[in-house]
Design a protein around this ligand. Sequence first.
Ligand code: GAP
Length: 535
Amino acid sequence: MEMEKLVSLCKRRGFMFQSSEIYGGINGFWDYGPLGVELKRNIKEAWWRDMVTAHDELSIADGAPGTYEMTGLDCTIIMHPQVWKVSGHFDLFCDKMVDCRETKGRYRFDQLRGRWVEAKGKRIFVTTLAETEDEAEDLQRRALKAFNLRGKDAEQLAWDGDTVSLDKIEDMTAVFAPEAKEIGTLTEPRDFNLMFPTTIGALAGEEGRAYLRPETAQGIFVNFKNVVDSTRVKIPFGIAQVGKSFRNEITPRNFTFRSREFEQMEIEFFCHPDTSRKWYEYWRDRRMKWYTDLGLSDERLQLRDHAEDELSHYSTGTADIEYAFPFLPEGEYGELEGIAHRGDFDLRSHMEGKLDPNTCPLEVEKGENGKPKYKGSGRDLTYRDDQTNERFTPHVIEPSAGADRAMLAFLCEAYTEDQQPDDKGNMKTRVVMKLHPRIAPIKAAIFPLVKKDGMPEVARDIYRAMKKRFPAFYDEKGAVGRRYRRQDEAGTPYCITVDGQTLDDQTVTVRDRDTLEQWRVKVDDVVEEIGGRVS
Ligand code: GAP
């Protein structure tokens, strides 16, 4: 599937729009349109239901080391600034970036790609902003420009090695930056903190400085004690949260994949240190299955364990669930969700203060007088098992998913084209979004075959009855084939047509979006029939 086709469908049919489009748009921000808002809500609701409300705490789930409880939270976006110091985000949540002194362009050090090339006795590293499939052509164009050569002189360019990212290059003076005229205009890489700062109240400067949360997880950690004290949850248990997070990404890209404002669906699962490894394995498999249950194909999904040198400073194990997004080069995958074994890093940090990121979790970073650099809350965030009387700091397993990335993957997977006859019998390309019925924005569309003979009245009654149970759509305009096509593009799994036979035998036609199979159902049973199929 070509990504442009999906992007164009998303705009045309109202799944997603560029934010503030009438003012030229704002990079890294996306609005969800009438169909998109339903799809995203359905994804978040499916997640919440499957992970939290429908979780059966009395039975042992498939592959789980025991029973567990699940509960939820909804925390604020702006939190006490100390949270981010203690969590490590204030000092460590950075990407390396380079600036172009000539064009004022700003690039992520590990994302800008280029290739070594030599001509006229000079060797330079020429860079490109082109998409992967256009990379080679653009590199050649830029290299010819750098050496003041014409297209017919391309054989003078001696390429060296593969296309690699800028972070593999040591000599910035040899880099020919994108859109620049001179060589060597990039600055040395420097850290760029991804948190969006804001100001609280009328206090200017550092005093009123706060941050938009870059993850929902910290709200859960700082409320750990509140949840334990206000409910009867016992370890092992998980706290779930869905909500907005903000990251000032240097180069947002690939549609909604890397945005500056996005939604996360996170679980912090608290367990005893001795069983934490088993829970980590359980959550890796449980979360992978959630995506396949909702329609992502095994062939495009992978569960990838982080190598030792990829692990965050606090993590003793992390696995990513990745999807082969069509905008990535063949064989490459993009992260949908990370499942991390965070040990006791978070609770301990919020108790004791920020730990040394290099030696964590064993040593506390010492300030001048032997105290941690950033003070913790000083609250006791340990847990006492009232059966064994053991007191310990729980270990945390964190399945952390992005709602926008999940939605993008479901959209990519759903986009299908096939050949079907139109109303006149001519074969035409049909675009169909094969979304799982649980997440489809509209569950059923109801059409009277013609706008007469009492058909609209029957169809409207069915529509009204359906609306009480699930999102339905009524359409009486145009040829019925065209109405079907519009619903196929919207991902509506079932279309119901009221026709001449309905008036004789009180049955309607139900058409399946994917198989195109049609069957008749009694008018009185049709709401139940569709309801059972889409829930
Ligand atoms: N609490 C851990 C945490 O936030 P993360 O890997 O940085 O971990 C978790 O983020 C998930 O959030 C990612 O797997 C991805 O789905 C989503 N996410 C992160 N940054 C994003 C961005 N800039 N745009 C869209 N989704 C993003």
